[in-house]
Design a protein around this ligand. Structure first.
Ligand code: ADE
Length: 425
């Protein structure tokens, strides 16, 4: 099968390992499985060309299987140069016949060549995690825009970029903000990032969290998740924020909140989860304790000022362990940068567990179906769409059912009470 499927992956001989791990993830993805079964029967994506730019993981492989079962023709590339699981990329090509372009550790040139390979497919639907496909179509590949019905976007950073584009009136096709669905960000961003970021830092360093001071930059859903789990591991957690409301919430949640200039002096482990640039910079590295660990779990590798770190250092030793570089400051203190400042949870660990990606990717599959049904008929305009409430409700209900959890129904009296304004004491 692989011979006919266009691809660029590390090694097709890894496919058998990839297949076993994809099947393992599938066991914990009951919602996506149910959608796959319906898609196999109904083929709502029949003949649709879909290009995905996603982290190439076991969970993504199960999404790709679902879209293929729905009749889509697909090309997949990575949404981060370090997040690809090479065995999964091999299995996608060899076992599932899905055209895949991604290699863990690919350089910048190859990363963009892979994005272009996915776009050369002339997609009707784009599926992004970080808006790289959409950005490219709005830049050098504008010729493709007329053929694109619409897109879907997985992550906070991508949605921010798309809203900026729409705000300027420049968005060329509709895009569904999958990230903003409750069944996505409340679970994936919080519980997924929380666990997988701790996992990534531990796999890279084998450092103990208990008794350490962990600094969380940002208290959005991802920051909340990481702070919560770091505390659960026994760390003292400091939160830094630029938003008064979020800072107040962190204080009330029982965390210490302070400016990074102060936190930099006392932290043992730092993690950025803000979506913004240069959150950790030279002025911070210079005052860090000897042995401080710095990592990023935000989408792009811009949150840690790495050129600033290199400039502040008198010596750099790369790869002292996998995903760990040592920067010795002029003071003699050593600062350890993890995974080149790229998404630590996907670089040194396996990303979010399948149980949460089940919901995120169920929303992705249903949003692709929504675009395929509505956009070609002119029922969607050039704007950023929220995921319809019915999709969120459907995914939540199915997830609860798969967990064997029942909930109550409103009685007729309760319905009436909630619909009236006169009734009180
Ligand atoms: N983003 C975070 N974790 C992920 C995973 N396991 N698969 C795909 N995208 C992800």
């Amino acid at each position: 099968m692989a011979a006919k499927v266009k691809h660029h992956v590390r090694d097709l001989r890894l496919a058998a390992d990839g297949l076993r791990r994809i099947e393992w993830a599938e066991q914990d993805m009951p919602v996506l499985r149910a959608i796959r079964e319906r898609f196999s029967r109904e083929k709502p994506l029949k003949g649709v060309r879909l290009s995905g730019c996603l982290h190439v993981t076991t969970e993504t492989a199960n999404l790709m299987r679902t879209l293929k079962a729905g009749g889509a023709e697909m090309r997949l590339c990575a949404s981060n140069p370090l997040s690809t699981q090479d065995d999964v990329a091999a299995a996608l090509v060899k076992e599932f016949g899905i055209s895949t372009f991604s290699i863990k550790g690919e350089d910048r040139k190859t990363y963009y060549a892979h994005i272009d390979a996915a776009l050369d497919f002339r997609p009707n639907i784009t599926m992004d995690d970080g808006a790289d496909l959409v950005s490219r179509i709005h830049g050098d590949r504008r010729d493709l825009a007329p053929g694109v019905w619409g897109g879907t976007e997985e992550t906070t950073t991508g949605v921010i970029r798309l809203r900026a584009l729409a705000e300027e009136g420049k968005l060329l096709f509709p895009v569904v903000a999958v990230n903003d669905a409750g069944t996505k960000h409340l679970f994936d961003n919080r519980y997924g990032t929380g666990q997988s970021t701790v996992d990534g830092i531990i796999r890279a360093t084998n450092r103990l969290f208990a008794g350490r001071t962990v600094v969380t930059a940002g208290y959005g859903w991802c920051g909340r998740g990481f702070a919560m789990r770091a505390r659960g591991m026994g760390a003292q957690v400091i939160v830094t924020e630029i938003d008064h409301l979020k800072a107040l919430e962190a204080v009330m949640d029982g965390f210490q909140v302070m400016p990074m200039a102060r936190a930099a002096r006392i932290g043992d482990i730092f993690c950025t989860l803000t979506g913004d640039i240069n959150v950790l910079r030279a002025e911070h590295f210079k005052v860090m304790k000897d042995g401080a660990v710095v990592a990023n779990s935000g989408h792009f590798n811009v949150e840690i000022d790495i050129p600033g770190l290199a400039k502040a250092a008198k010596k750099i030793r790369r790869g002292i362990r996998p995903f760990v570089d040592e920067y010795t400051m002029r003071s003699g203190n050593r600062v350890y940068l993890l995974a080149d400042g790229r998404l630590i949870n996907l670089a040194s660990a396996e990303g979010h567990p399948a149980c949460v990606m089940d919901m995120s990717f169920a929303v992705q599959a249903l949003s692709a179906e929504l675009v395929a049904k509505n956009a070609p008929r002119g029922k969607m305009t050039r704007r950023v769409y929220d995921v319809p409430a019915e999709i969120d409700k459907f995914v939540a209900a199915l997830k609860l059912k798969s967990m064997g959890v029942g909930i109550d129904r409103l009685t007729a009296e309760q319905k009436k009470y909630l619909a009236s304004w006169e009734m009180g004491t």
